[in-house]
Structures are given as structure tokens and as C-alpha cells.
Design a protein around this ligand. Structure first.
Ligand code: NDP
Length: 290
């Protein structure tokens, strides 16, 4: 058996095309167009690449883009003052602060400063709180978990009653993904670095989401035959044969996993493009909260 490949790039293109059509319609009707402000602090090359990619996609879809770059040494007060200003700016519907921030800055305080109505990343504690409440809806669902759910539903629209293992419990990926799986009536087990018997939990799961940032952590042999596997990990492995001197791999032992899984997402070309597509989708939605 060879797994169906869940092509995140293709799925993301379809979602982005729908967003572009919606934006074009708004333009035709002279309705307001959403604006996304990106805030980059420092010179981290990966963060620069992610922000550049988000700005490029924003422009391609006809969303207005405002880009702010602050020095590595930027003080907390300056960053928070910029966010307060963006909160008040009627031309800005979404605010994205690229994480991680330099270590002298408090990410928590920065995230608290963003207005929940402009929190297009869906990670403000207000939105995270609503996500965790059974009968509440957050203003925005977090981007990467939303992309993961869309990918799972692309191969299995109804996951009700399925058992799921989520490897990782971060506030932006693992934890909200588990909550969203539960909202879809799956039964998630949240795994982390202290979890005993990770292999056994995985072997019993119909869905596995690997989001640990540990290359090859999920062994092919741990996968229940036919399971859906979403590989969220992005790991840079030194590779002299590549022009950039490294290659990207996920958290899944892909070559073995593909022989057992029913469907699997690749790295690259899986969750990454979906995260950006869901950011654009949230930015379009943000116009409703003006
Ligand atoms: P974090 O480092 O914040 O969290 C990693 C989680 O994995 C922690 O909960 C940690 O456990 C757990 N973990 C680490 N090692 C193991 C292990 N050996 N066994 C079980 N659990 C383990 O990372 P993020 O959630 O931010 O990101 C995870 C990965 O996803 C990274 O590779 C990141 O680059 C990628 N990513 C990809 C995105 C995309 O768009 N494709 C978006 C965001 C992230 P503990 O809590 O005990 O420390």
C-alpha cells in the first residue's frame, strides 16, 4: 500500500483562489479591502523568509499590505506602542507579529497587546480561550491548526469518533490542533516530551499530527495501517548537495510512513502553504470586525 499524498500546496492554491475571487468581488462593489500589517523584529533569516512569503501572497490576492521592520534591539515599549497604533489604524484589519521574537522581548505581552479583533494568527489568549470553550466560537481560528484540519478533511470529511494523536502541545500548533480535532468530534491524545509509550499511542490512532520539531520522530512502524498522518515539523538538515546547504524535513520518517499510512502530508509542500492560506482567509474574515 502507498499512501495518498495530501498536497498542501494544491489545496492552498484553491483556497487562495477563492479568497482572490472574494476580494475582486469586493473591489467591483467598491467595498472595503482588508489590510494586513506584518511586524518583523530582528534579522532571523527564517523569519524574514516567512514574512516575505506572506507579503507576496497578500499582494497576489489583492489584500493591502503594510510592512514594519524593527531592529533586533527594539525595546518592548516600542514594539507594543507600534501594535497599539496598528490596533487604532482603520486601514489595518489584521496584525501579524512574526514569532519567535528576540529573547529580550516578552512574546506573551506582545500577543496580549494585539486587539483580538485583529488577531488574524488566532493566538491571542482571548481567542485561545474561546477556542477552548465548548459552546463558544473564537473570532479567528489559529492558522496552522486550521490548515491541518482542512488537510485531514480533504481526505476524510467526517472524522467523528476517530482517535487522534497530536505530538506537541505548543500554544500555536499542538494544543489548538487538539481542541479543533475535538470540535470535529475526534478524540485527541495530546503528547509531549514527557509522554510515555508514544509509539503505542500512535499505533492506536486513526489520525497522527506530528508537531514536535524533531526530525524522524514518528517512525513508520508506529503508524496504524491506513491512518492519516499530518507532518507539521520543519527541520533544517545540513546537506552539501543542496544549493542552500540544507534540506527541509518534517517530523515523520516519510519513506517508511508512506508504506503504512492511508494519507500523508509531505514536507515541504504540506502544512506550510496551508498556514499562509489560512492567514489570508482570516484576514478576509477580519473585515467583518471593522
Ligand atoms: P515548540 O517547540 O513550541 O513545541 C514542540 C512540542 O513538541 C512541545 O510540546 C514538546 O514537548 C514536544 N516535543 C518535543 N520533542 C518531543 C519528543 N521527542 N516527543 C514528544 N514530544 C516532543 O514547537 P511548535 O509547536 O512551534 O512547532 C513544532 C514544529 O512545527 C516545528 O518544527 C516548527 O518549525 C513547525 N511549524 C510549522 C509550521 C508550518 O506552517 N508548517 C507552523 C508552526 C510550526 P514539551 O512541551 O514537553 O516541551
Amino acid at each position: 500500500m502507498t499512501a495518498e499524498i495530501i498536497d498542501g500546496k494544491k489545496l492552498a492554491e484553491t483556497i487562495k483562489q477563492e479568497i482572490k475571487t472574494a476580494i475582486d468581488d469586493r473591489k467591483r462593489q467598491s467595498l472595503p479591502i482588508p489590510g494586513l500589517a506584518t511586524v518583523l523584529v530582528g534579522n532571523d533569516p527564517a523569519s524574514k523568509t516567512y514574512v516575505a512569503s506572506k507579503i507576496k501572497t497578500t499582494a497576489a490576492l489583492g489584500i493591502r499590505s503594510l510592512s514594519y521592520e524593527l531592529d533586533e534591539s527594539c525595546p518592548q515599549e516600542k514594539l507594543e506602542a507600534l501594535i497599539q497604533e496598528l490596533n487604532q489604524n482603520p486601514d489595518v484589519q489584521g496584525i501579524l507579529v512574526q514569532l519567535p521574537l528576540p529573547s529580550h522581548l516578552s512574546e506573551d505581552n506582545v500577543l496580549h497587546t494585539i486587539s483580538p479583533k485583529k488577531d488574524v494568527d488566532g493566538i491571542h489568549p482571548y481567542n485561545a480561550g474561546l477556542l477552548s470553550r465548548k459552546y463558544s466560537e473564537p473570532l479567528f481560528y489559529p492558522c496552522t491548526p486550521s490548515g491541518i484540519i482542512r488537510m485531514i478533511q480533504s481526505v476524510c470529511p467526517d472524522i467523528s469518533g476517530m482517535d487522534a494523536a497530536v505530538i506537541g502541545r505548543s500554544s500555536i500548533v499542538g494544543m489548538p490542533t487538539a481542541m479543533m480535532l475535538s470540535r470535529c468530534n475526534a478524540t485527541p491524545t495530546i503528547c509531549h516530551s514527557q509522554t510515555k509509550h508514544l509509539d503505542e499511542i500512535c499505533r492506536e490512532s486513526d489520525i497522527i499530527v506530528a508537531a514536535a520539531g524533531s526530525p524522524g520522530l514518528l517512525k513508520g512502524a508506529w503508524i496504524k495501517p491506513g491512518a492519516i498522518v499530518i507532518d507539521v515539523g520543519i527541520n533544517h538538515i545540513p546537506d552539501e548537495t543542496q544549493p542552500r546547504g540544507y534540506r527541509l524535513v518534517g517530523d515523520v520518517e516519510f519513506d517508511e510512513a508512506v508504506k503504512r499510512a492511508g494519507a500523508i502530508s509531505p514536507v515541504p509542500g504540506g502544512v506550510g502553504p496551508m498556514t499562509i492560506a489560512m492567514l489570508m482567509s482570516n484576514t478576509l474574515k477580519a473585515i467583518d470586525y471593522r
